[in-house]
Design a protein around this ligand. Structure first.
Ligand code: S6P
Length: 581
């Protein structure tokens, strides 16, 4: 019945839009209606847009994911459930309030620290953002005051380690370690799905030490949808922690920053929209905090100006949809033929490539060698705290030299290589590497960012026949302008690569409707997701689906294992290679 009312609701909603949008933001999705997959948080719902993506061709796939990404910028619709969204007043107000607290740290860097923490993609983004803003500070001759924590340590930056996110005690230990001796700490805990125990532990610790810590929770579900199952070895659930945080919100002793951005295009894949929204939200927040410290008042207008540049980036990026689709197709062909996809990036775009590559293993049960990312200068350019990790094994080799030495000799015509760079990088270096790769495969692609007036040299064009060249307008802004431009390029590359890696796996047959049906169960979130996917596909109740999953993990011994801890199920699942397919 509520569906029947949709046309009116859409008209009403159009009338209430507050901002002139840069992209055509979609009308509210069916997922916003009461009753749509009611028991699931937004981050785990299946997006109605991509319901039939498993049957889509590359062009359609790109359009569908483009529309899902556009939901990030959609406004709240008071006629439906009233989720707060990126542009909602409540969110803008919270961003401004947190920015003021961050500003205090920026102005007193000796005693203070801003800590960004996350698991998986959220942890990699913590590294990327902390480094960006430290660089911004150094450029202003200020002492850098950002740092990051990633569950599992730096090795998780370049290789997926999904298990450490289940450990709240480790989260606390890490937090205590990085904050030692600091008098004021703004702690930003990122958990897109409001679920990671590692982050719950840290927020809990902050709330017990409010004299030093200001905890901020960033994610994309309402608090009432935060995960509520027992955390092993811990006495509260994520939801309880989030509720406590919410209670401290009004007195500004803690903040929850959680706009809804809609379900992921691929069910539960929070690396995609969740990751992009994290980047948009936090970069905006820190940028205004830095502006404020140079005496520019933080106003809603100033926040909106920055947010709009990201909305513009969406439009600019997806104006290349045809070429992106060609890259999706080529990458899928490589993966289908048991070939590889290699992403060779310069500067922070190298990290964006690594981020996308690393997630293919846990997301699609892919081999870590299937999709790999490399960065010029390796760990030196990555600027991670623990320095070079190359000695840990081949999975940890990430420089272009490593690629040339240990991967290139076996590259063949079945492999696809993507170069990721900006026209401000040393294009001659790019050409040198293309020259080497060309001897092995003709499947050479590029994502290249230019500023209006910059053109790719003819010599490069000859080597890379059909590059995706994204030309950005010149931003006549003060010092921060250059950073905004860099952030846009990173996000644009992320959007393209998310689409390429996800699209390629969809075409490879890893997805049924928009459910990933072949993924590795490496943590409790994956276990629950597996049960929930089984439920939605079979229509059977939760208990029966849990039973089926346990059977597929333990085979004969299911009976004895039924009452053991979740961590045991995960260990057992990880020692098998087949889970729910
Ligand atoms: C999701 C990705 C994961 C998540 C990680 C943290 O696509 O595979 O690595 O980033 O599980 O998730 P969250 O919801 O706590 O940010």
């Amino acid at each position: 019945s509520s569906l029947g009312k949709r046309p009116h609701q859409i008209t009403a909603m159009r009338g209430t839009r507050k901002y002139r949008h840069i992209i055509d933001t979609p009308d509210p999705g069916k997922w916003e209606l009461a009753g749509y997959e009611e028991s699931l948080p937004i981050s785990e719902k299946s997006n109605p847009i991509t319901r039939e993506m498993d049957k889509a061709d590359p062009n359609t796939l790109v359009q569908l994911l483009r529309d899902c990404d556009a939901e990030i910028f959609q406004e709240e619709d008071e006629t439906i459930i009233n989720y707060q969204r990126l542009y909602s007043e409540s969110i803008l107000k919270t961003v401004a309030e947190i920015a003021k607290k961050v500003q205090l740290i920026i102005e007193n860097p000796e005693d203070g620290l801003i800590v960004l923490s996350g698991c998986g993609t959220s942890g990699r983004l913590a590294l990327l953002l902390a480094n960006s803003f430290n660089r911004l500070m150094k450029g202003l001759h200020q002492s850098p005051c950002y740092t990051y924590i990633i569950a599992g340590g730096d090795r998780s930056v370049v290789a997926a380690q999904e298990a450490p996110e289940d450990n709240p005690a480790r989260g606390q230990e890490e937090l205590k370690r990085v904050c030692e001796g600091k008098k004021k700490v703004v702690f930003i805990g990122i958990s897109c799905s409001l679920s990671a125990p590692f982050i719950a532990g840290q927020l809990d610790f902050c709330m017990k030490n409010l004299d030093v810590f200001l905890p901020v929770l960033v994610g994309f579900n309402p608090v009432s949808m935060a995960r509520n199952d027992r955390i092993e070895g811990w006495n509260s659930t994520f939801r309880q922690v989030a509720e406590q945080m919410q209670n401290l919100h009004d007195s500004q002793r803690a903040f929850v920053l959680n706009p809804a951005v809609g379900p992921e295009g691929l069910c539960g894949s929070s690396r995609m929209k969740g990751g992009s929204a994290t980047k948009i939200l936090l970069e905006t927040l820190f940028l205004v905090a830095h502006k404020a410290s140079s005496k520019v008042e933080v106003t809603e207008k100033c926040l909106l100006e920055i947010l709009r540049t990201y909305e513009r980036a969406h439009k600019v990026t997806y104006s290349q949809s045809k070429k992106i689709a060609a890259l999706v197709k080529q990458s899928a062909t490589s993966l289908q033929k048991k070939g590889h996809l290699y992403l060779l990036g310069w500067g922070t775009l190298g990290l964006v490539g690594i981020m996308d590559a690393v997630e293919c293993a846990p997301s699609y049960n892919a081999d870590w060698r299937d999709v790999r990312g490399f960065i010029n200068g390796g760990y030196h350019t990555l600027e991670n705290q623990e320095g070079a990790l190359t000695s840990l094994g081949p999975q940890f080799t990430i420089s272009h030299e490593d690629f040339v030495k240990s991967v290139l000799p076996s590259v063949s015509e079945t492999d696809t290589i993507v170069f990721l760079f900006t026209m401000d990088d040393e294009v001659t270096e790019v050409e040198k590497l293309v020259e080497l790769v060309k001897e092995k495969t003709s499947n050479i692609h590029a994502i290249c960012h230019a500023t209006a007036g910059q053109y790719l040299p003819n010599s490069t064009k000859k080597m890379i026949p059909n590059p995706i060249v994204i030309t950005w307008p010149i931003l006549f802004l003060e010092y921060e302008g250059a950073f905004i431009q860099k952030f846009q390029r990173e996000l644009s590359s992320k959007w393209i690569l998310d689409t390429v890696t996800s699209g390629a796996h969809v075409l490879k047959g890893k997805v049924y409707r928009n459910f990933i049906v072949d993924f590795a169960i490496c943590n409790s979130k994956h276990f629950q997701r597996a049960v929930s996917v089984l439920q939605r596909l079979s229509g059977h109740p939760e208990t029966r689906c849990t039973e089926t999953l346990l059977q597929s993990i333990y085979g004969e011994q299911t009976e004895q294992m039924r009452n053991t801890e979740m961590s045991q199920h995960i260990r057992a699942a990880m020692s098998r290679d087949k889970e729910i397919d």
